[in-house]
Design a protein around this ligand. Sequence first.
Ligand SMILES: *Cc1c(COP(=O)(O)O)cnc(C)c1O
Length: 387
Amino acid sequence: MARTEGTSPDPERVSLIELGPPSLGADEKDAIAAVLDSGWLTMGEHVRSFEAEFAALHGVDDAICVGSATAALQMSLQAFDVGPGDEVLVPSLTFVATANVVVHAGATPVFVDIDDPLVPHMSLADAERRLTERTKAITLVHYAGTTCDLPAWRDFADTHGLLLFEDAAHCAGMRGHGRLTEAAAFSFYSNKNMTTAEGGMLVVRDPERSDRARALRNHGLTASTLDRSSGRAAGYDVVDFGHNFRMDEIRAAIGRVQLTKLLAWNDARRAISARYRERLASAIPSVEVPFEGTRPTAAHIQPILLPLGTDRPKIASELRSARIQTSMHYPPIHRFDAYRRTYGERHLPTTEAFAARELTVPLHPKLTDDDVDRVVSSLADALASAR
Ligand SMILES: *Cc1c(COP(=O)(O)O)cnc(C)c1O
């Protein structure tokens, strides 16, 4: 790694504070080895058990394990016939997958602004302004793992006859998702609150739609691989134009181990986030922290808002010199080249203002109080030298 700029302490002597490394250990290694020894590599008992255990932990009836949250989002749109001619309301302040799946469904993503930089969720008022006769669905994103106002969105969706989906990629371990909405998609990508390296889970409230989604995971086949190989099903029909969105046994086995640790990790994340909030308020009051500390959250990431006009790349580079990783969540989707070319120039002033000031600081369960304090004091130094 380049160490060119250097106001920091001797980089050899200071430990690296990572943004959000996965938590993995001997239990995961043992689980992988056991699957390899078993000889059954995909869509077997680990996948089924992972689904059941995930559903129980989240207080829902069933869950469908898939290769990614992106696949889960795609399946949910397809299972509810969102397609050509339809518009889907989505935030722009999210990972691009939220909108890409709408494009792949043949529908049109309609970007909705946020209300307030301190509550960077999609704005109900702006969503209302963007309704047309073609609006068919809404996809909520629980930014940073902090739950949107689900009852308010359910009311809004019902009032206007819309489907309501959740991109719950940041929310593993949080009960309540997938219960008030048509479907919720969770991610187990390697930087999420729990990981299977790549992976996701889809919760679909209606049992018939859930069955349809389950078939879509495996090419729209009526019988599963496990059913056929165990002789429970002789043949199969194809009832839908499905995909290969399956999960393998190796990753499901890792997921089952991670699931047993998830709630404790999320508690640790919330405690660390609370410490950031408290430390930043006393040490750098010009830095704002989105959301009140009281909202339900999985504390997936720690966004902060730098003072207006701060040179963010300079701050990030100073922190890098101090061996602290940072990131930015998110470059707004409506500003990406492919979206501008296809849907034209859009302006979402509050999203753009938020994105211009946002910096994501390290947050993961193994972060110590000293680490948090080092991030805050290094940030204070960086802001002072950038002034
Ligand atoms: C990570 C993420 C996704 C995509 O998840 P994958 O499992 O990598 O497909 C989608 N939406 C949001 C908000 C994410 O953070």
